[in-house]
Design a protein around this ligand. Structure first.
Ligand code: MG
Length: 305
């Protein structure tokens, strides 16, 4: 099943998308639950045959939001989880962890605060007073369905509800300056997400094509089969001592082709557009603008297969 969160007037709704993405059937959960987007569907274990599903409405012109617009806690993220990206990052001069080797021996896990999540089509904001080195990172994000602690690799995929797209936007100068990455990763607007959350039964998580364009130029082109630490390993690692809950999000890392991989670096600038496509999931597109500028974010989100 493919679900998405959207705005209908002043109300937030979450619904089940049709196979062609042209219509959506909102779940009738009450305004308080619907305000939590897909989190409410995941926690209640609702499926495509739920009696709470209403009538179909066209998706054309709908304003999509992130599937989980405000995660209930920080998003787990994984650094340097593709070989070629680990090498490009180590060579860039921004990798404060490079002394321990380009390729990590165990997953590098950091987090982004929930408040930096933004909708498809919303603007990634550049604040020159905070950072002048802002970069994109296209990533597969897995969303936990069934929580647990001490989850073993062999059982890990049973705990995954599904997948969506995340852009792990990063201030490289802050990432390098503060060693620990949270400040550089959690700046306001630095987590575009969505628009679609696809259940894991419709995906082969270990074989998803991932592409990222900036202003139409293809920058990243990889497949999740190239992950250094695969999704089961990440779930086993994190859950070893941290209980995972339904709705927890794990951004699995970005492949080669980020802005600092180029010489000179290709940082994001106002007026750019970042578009990310993951096979079987969809397309996430966000404009870039200066913080405080009057330009309204374009509503580019469409639930496309
Ligand atoms: Mg990342």
């Amino acid at each position: 099943m493919r679900i998405a969160t959207f705005r209908a007037g002043s109300r937030r709704r979450v619904g089940l998308l049709s196979a062609d993405g042209k219509t959506i059937r909102p779940f009738d959960l009450g305004a308080d639950a619907e305000e939590r987007g897909a989190l409410a569907v995941i926690e209640r274990g609702l499926r495509a045959d739920s009696p709470s599903l209403g009538a179909s409405i066209p998706t054309a012109g709908l304003a999509f939001e992130a599937p989980i617009p405000r995660p209930r806690r920080n998003i787990f993220c994984v650094g340097k989880n593709y070989y070629e990206h680990a090498h490009e990052f180590a060579k860039s001069g921004f990798d404060s962890s490079a002394a321990s080797g380009a390729v990590p021996e165990s997953p590098i896990v950091f987090t982004k605060v929930p408040e930096c999540v933004i909708a498809p089509g919303a603007a990634i904001e550049i604040d020159p007073a905070a950072s002048s080195a802002i970069d994109y990172e296209a990533e597969l994000a897995v969303v936990i369905g069934k929580g647990g602690r001490g989850i073993r690799k062999a059982d890990a995929l049973k705990h995954v509800w599904g997948c969506t797209i995340v852009n792990d936007v990063t201030a490289r100068d802050l990432q390098a300056k503060y060693k620990q990455w949270d400040i550089g990763k959690s700046q306001d607007t630095f987590c575009p997400m969505g628009p679609v959350l696809v259940s894991s039964d419709e995906l082969d998580i270990a074989n998803i094509d991932l592409k990222c364009w900036v202003n139409g130029e293809l920058r990243q082109n990889a497949n999740t089969s190239l992950l250094i630490f695969d999704v089961p390993t990440l779930i086993e690692t994190i859950s070893a001592g941290i209980t995972l809950y339904p709705g927890d999000i794990i951004a699995t890392g970005t492949p080669v082709g980020v802005g600092i991989g180029f010489n000179p670096p290709k940082y994001l600038k106002a007026g750019d557009t970042v578009k990310i496509e993951l096979s079987g999931i969809g397309m996430l597109e966000n404009p870039v603008r200066l913080r405080g500028s009057a330009v309204e974010p374009r509503q580019v989100a469409e639930a496309r297969a």
